[in-house]
Every structure is written in structure tokens, then in C-alpha cells.
Write a protein that binds this ligand. Structure first.
Ligand code: UD2
Length: 329
């Protein structure tokens, strides 16, 4: 399956101890890559590294992406860099509203710093974790990549920093070939359910496994585009040119979603049915700043990367629930 994996070149994954980053590290190791994970554990977790921490081709640095010279240091010790996967970020939208300057430094300035350093080191690829938040509350559905622009009204510093970073990555002319993946609502095992702002699926899964009522904010008719973590990881690998059957990917910005909308009420009912529980839902006030509907147009990624989502919502929910049960939630 692997194309340009070389025993010599190193893939750097920032945010390696995070939900998506840890799954990506595992997949890259499976493809035969050498992987250097970087994380400062601001939101990443040691346990996420456990399945592959001792892998002979995995190394780890506990560092922040805001530290200049990070990639130079890695290249000096481990050799040429094949690709930088930049996933490390402040991931909480409400936190970004309370800490706009810190969000700008971590989510935008560090991206620019890493891009420039990757260019100086002759690294060929740079793949960035963009977000559906780059669209703000745009009502034109499904959301096409061209809809986000300098006129977009972002709902948070998080959204603006992700947008400006994605643009910079995709426009990096003489640097590495940059691909930004605008991911919609990612879910799956290892997504932390513990904060009130955690992804709705991780929260519902935990509540269902504990036998608690599921909490819906608003009427439950708001909808989202849920995409399973292994499909997202597949998009990252294709963007980096690591999948043999996939075409060469030009620099650009691509949505990563399922292309389908699911309401929060439908989601709650699916989870209750999969855990064989009756209707056990409590409704609360709508969350301030919540967008109503979101769904990705995935024509571009399908055409350019021959990517499509393979794991259905139901299958993904079964896996997530199995994992949640194994955590003794
Ligand atoms: C997602 C991303 C966020 C940003 C945003 C862009 C996650 C976790 N967050 O926010 O980072 O990219 O998209 O638009 O992926 N809900 C309930 N009950 C709960 C929890 C949530 O009803 O216990 C509702 C919530 O009010 C919202 C929907 O579920 O209407 C989805 O919430 P979310 O926090 O999973 O994700 P979202 O789309 O707000």
C-alpha cells in the first residue's frame, strides 16, 4: 500500500498524543514510515501513545510547536524530513474566545513558523489540520471550499486562525507542497469525552455506557457532518502521497467529511438503540454560538485524492461504543 515510504525519511506528527494525531502515527508506522511525534500534552494524553510508544520506528519529543527551531533539531538528529503533519493546536473553540492571543500564537503563528522551517529543510510535503470552523456560520450548504474567504465572519479566533493557516499552507509556492484538510465533525475511539465542549459523539457514548440520559442542547434538529477517524487518517495519508493507488495531490484546501447531514436527535436515538436503551434524552437550552447546520461538499477530495468515506456512522458508532465500554466509562 505504501508508495514513497523510505526507511530514511522521517514523518513529523505534531499533536501526536491527541485523538487524531495518535491514530495517524499508528497508521504511518503501519505503512513503514519512521515517525517523530511531538506533543506538549496541553490537551494530548499519554495513554493515546500507549499502543505504539515502544515501536522501533517511533520517537517522541515533548515540546510545544511554538518553539522555534523544532524541525531543524529533529532533522539534525533523525535525518531528512519527508512530511510534516501539523495537527497540534488549541482545539477548544470556547477557549479560543477567552484566549485570542494565545490561540493566534499557537494556531496561526506556529503554522507559519513550521512551514518556513520545513521549506528551509527541503521537506517536500506539509499537511495541515484545517477545520469546518473556517466557514463560520455560512448557510450555503453543502459547504464548498471556495465559500470561506477573507469576508467570512468567523465565530471564534479558532476559526480565523485555522482559515489563515490553511490559506498559507496551500499557497506555500516555493516551500513544501502544502495540503490543508478542512475536517468536519470527527469522531471515534480516543476522543476525550470529559469536557462540556467535547465532541457530541464522545459525550453521548460516555453517557449511554454509564446509563445516563443523553443531553441535547436546543431542539435536536441542528445537524452535523460526522466523519470517522480512520477515514480522516486515510485522507492525511493520501494528501502526503503515501497511498500507492492514489493520485499525486496538488497543493490546496480540501473538505473532509461524510457529505451527509445527521441531526443531533437522530444521533442520540442511534446511540440509544445501539446500547439497547429506551428513549432517555434530556433537553437543555441551545448552546450560545452554536451553528444550526453543517455539511461538507466532498467533490474536490473525491476527484483529487480518490478518497471517499468508508466507515458508516453506525459502524463508527459501534467501534466508539466498544472503546468507551473498554474504558470502563
Ligand atoms: C465542531 C468542532 C469545533 C469546530 C466547529 C466548527 C468538535 C468537538 N468541535 O463544533 O472544533 O470545528 O465544529 O463549526 O468537533 N451537543 C448536544 N449535546 C452535547 C454536546 C453537544 O446537543 O452533550 C450539540 C451541540 O450543541 C451542537 C452539536 O451537538 O449543536 C455538535 O456539537 P460538537 O461540540 O460536537 O461540535 P460543533 O459542531 O459545535
Amino acid at each position: 500500500m505504501s508508495k514513497k515510504t523510505s526507511a530514511e525519511a522521517v514523518c513529523v506528527v505534531t499533536g501526536a498524543a491527541g485523538f487524531v494525531g495518535s491514530h495517524l502515527c499508528e497508521r504511518l508506522l503501519g505503512l513503514g514510515c519512521r515517525v517523530m511525534g511531538v506533543d506538549n500534552f496541553f490537551s494530548g494524553r499519554w495513554e493515546n501513545l500507549t499502543p505504539f510508544r515502544d515501536h522501533p520506528r517511533f520517537s517522541f519529543l515533548e515540546r510545544s510547536v511554538t518553539e522555534p527551531g523544532l524541525l531543524r533539531e529533529i532533522a539534525a538528529e533523525h535525518g531528512p524530513l519527508a512530511c510534516v503533519f501539523h495537527l497540534a493546536a488549541i482545539v477548544s473553540v470556547p477557549y479560543s474566545v477567552d484566549h485570542p492571543e494565545e490561540t493566534w500564537a499557537v494556531n496561526y503563528q506556529s503554522t507559519i513558523g513550521l512551514l518556513q522551517e520545513a521549506g528551509r529543510l527541503g521537506c517536500a510535503r506539509f499537511v495541515f489540520a484545517g477545520s469546518a470552523a473556517e466557514y463560520g456560520d455560512d448557510a450555503r450548504l453543502p459547504l464548498r471550499e471556495s465559500y470561506a474567504g477573507d469576508q467570512t465572519s468567523w465565530l471564534s479566533p479558532y476559526g480565523e486562525a485555522k482559515y489563515r493557516s490553511s490559506r498559507a499552507v496551500a499557497a506555500c509556492g516555493d516551500g513544501p507542497r502544502g495540503v490543508a484538510l478542512r475536517c468536519f465533525n470527527i469522531f471515534g475511539p480516543r476522543q476525550d469525552p470529559s469536557s462540556p465542549y467535547s465532541g457530541v459523539i464522545s459525550r453521548f457514548a460516555e453517557m449511554a455506557v454509564r446509563g445516563e440520559a443523553l443531553t441535547i442542547f436546543g431542539d435536536g434538529h441542528q445537524s452535523r457532518d460526522f466523519v470517522y477517524v480512520s477515514d480522516v487518517v486515510d485522507a492525511y495519508c493520501r494528501a502526503a502521497g503515501l497511498v500507492a493507488s492514489a493520485p499525486e495531490v496538488p497543493a490546496g484546501i480540501y473538505n473532509v467529511g461524510s457529505g451527509t447531514r445527521t441531526t443531533i436527535l437522530e444521533l442520540a436515538r442511534m446511540i440509544l438503540s445501539l446500547t439497547e436503551r429506551g428513549e432517555s434524552i434530556r433537553f437543555y437550552a441551545e448552546r450560545p454560538g452554536d451553528i444550526r447546520h453543517s455539511v461538507a461538499c466532498i467533490d474536490a477530495i473525491q476527484a483529487v485524492m480518490a478518497w471517499r468515506p468508508r466507515v458508516s456512522l453506525e459502524e463508527g458508532l459501534r467501534e466508539t461504543l466498544r472503546w468507551m465500554q473498554s474504558q470502563g466509562a
